[in-house]
Design a protein around this ligand. Sequence first.
Ligand SMILES: Nc1ncnc2c1ncn2[C@@H]1O[C@H](COP(=O)(O)OP(=O)(O)OP(=O)(O)O)[C@@H](O)[C@H]1O
Length: 238
Amino acid sequence: MSGILTVVDAHKRFGGIHAVRGVSLALNSGELLGLFGPNGAGKTTLFNMIAGLYPPTSGRIELASRDVTREPAFRRARAGIGRTFQVCRPFRGLTVAENVLAAIPPGSGVGDDRARAREILDAVGLLPKAEDAAGSLTLGMLKRLEVARALALEPKLLLLDEPLAGLTASETSDLLGFIQGLKARASIILVDHNVRQSLGVCDRAIVMDAGAVIASGSPDTIRRDPGVRRAYLGESAA
Ligand SMILES: Nc1ncnc2c1ncn2[C@@H]1O[C@H](COP(=O)(O)OP(=O)(O)OP(=O)(O)O)[C@@H](O)[C@H]1O
């Protein structure tokens, strides 16, 4: 497997707040990495450093062996980092297909844009809804549309920020199955609060607390880690 993302000793300070403290991680091609931790652990800050919204205070970020640490978000997006946001903000008055078309970069030169939009919608299971107004979709479908818009950039790495928030139990297991299927198209980092269910689809996971990594490894390693059980899953976690 080849390396898609490498983060080396990343720190982020906001004035007196040390939000991310020396985080290192490596993600291989086709891997799904879970990133977990309680509120304020530093997950979003780490995401934003990987996506290029915040420069790290120190440390290095490489995408497919290329140092992107000082590159702005739009360049990283072009280099292959796609992301979704916790709150879906589609163009509600446009159709589902038009939303995906709007996310395809102009002059991408990858054939006919409408055909590409339909291929992406097919991949996320929204082709039957292509001509519906985006505003008419259920929350579960809106999350898929959010992923479809990120896929329009043909990312090597997909950052999913709390995609399960607000979903019902059946929508959650539906979306997790879908996310697992996305590994064929991109490597994925998944941030979510639903650790128990999310771990079920992850190849590996890291858990942060107060800016630092407190555990990393296979889902089983994470489930058994006493620090994780105490700090996050609760003493009674199975
Ligand atoms: N732009 C900012 N300016 C100042 N402090 C910030 C900023 N962004 C995050 N922080 C602080 O950094 C710390 C980590 O926050 P972060 O949002 O990364 O945590 P999180 O793990 O994503 O939490 P949540 O699960 O609640 O989204 C918190 O103390 C937060 O208040």
